[in-house]
Design a protein around this ligand. Structure first.
Ligand code: GRF
Length: 200
């Protein structure tokens, strides 16, 4: 329908750190016909580097630190959820958001929340993915964009990019090459996802 083509899907990106994937998502969203627009960036870390990057790109930013909520993860996520809804967000992209989400937030955004993970899932969910791929003697590494479900790094895969492992690779060197692949993959997948979205 024409109204669907006319208004880009409103995306929020959740970060905890430097936000290089977030920057790639914002940049791609700001190109013509991307079909989505990053309308909001939220960080649980007050001084996350990505917040300034997003603001410089003209994107609204919000810091919702988890620390004041203590052990009450649900209360923190209710605040995040309220901010997402207040901004009219339709799709959430996790990009280096270093929190394991509670079932409440996952269910609230089921089918509309994506994550990028630095491995070829189902291989190496969790942390230290590059060191684990190297220790296993794998020939390739990569990254995965998937829908977020209650199981950590377990949701349906939407896209993957492969990176060859080379002699003498270190976790840091591999991470850098995988990051380059992430910056291409995530915007592509998000764009396809938003273009295929049936909107309420
Ligand atoms: C990326 O490697 C991503 O796959 C993982 O966290 C990292 C975030 O990096 N989930 P950045 O903040 O986007 O640079």
């Amino acid at each position: 329908m024409s109204s669907q083509a006319a208004s880009p899907v409103r995306v929020a990106v959740l970060i905890s750190g430097t936000g290089s994937n977030m920057a790639a998502l914002i940049d791609a969203g700001q190109t013509a016909d991307s079909g989505y627009d990053v309308a909001l960036v939220i960080s649980n870390i007050e001084d996350a580097g990505g917040l300034a990057v997003a603001a410089a790109k003209g994107v609204q930013t919000l810091s919702i630190p988890h620390k004041p909520f203590g052990k009450d993860r649900e209360a923190h996520e209710r605040a995040v959820d309220a901010a997402l809804r207040a901004a009219g967000v339709e799709v959430v992209a996790l990009a280096g958001y270093m929190r394991i989400l509670t079932p409440g937030l996952v269910r609230a955004w089921e089918g509309r929340m994506l994550n990028i993970h630095p491995s070829l899932l189902p291989l190496y969910p969790g942390l230290d993915t590059h060191a684990r791929a190297l220790a296993a003697g794998d020939a390739e590494a990569g990254c995965t964009v998937h829908l977020v479900t209650e199981g950590v790094d377990e949701g349906p895969v939407l896209g993957q990019a492969r990176v060859r492992i080379i002699d003498g690779d270190t976790p840091a060197a591999l991470a850098e090459r995988v990051k380059t692949a992430e910056h291409r993959l995530y915007p592509q997948v998000l764009r396809n996802f938003c273009q295929g979205l049936v909107r309420d």
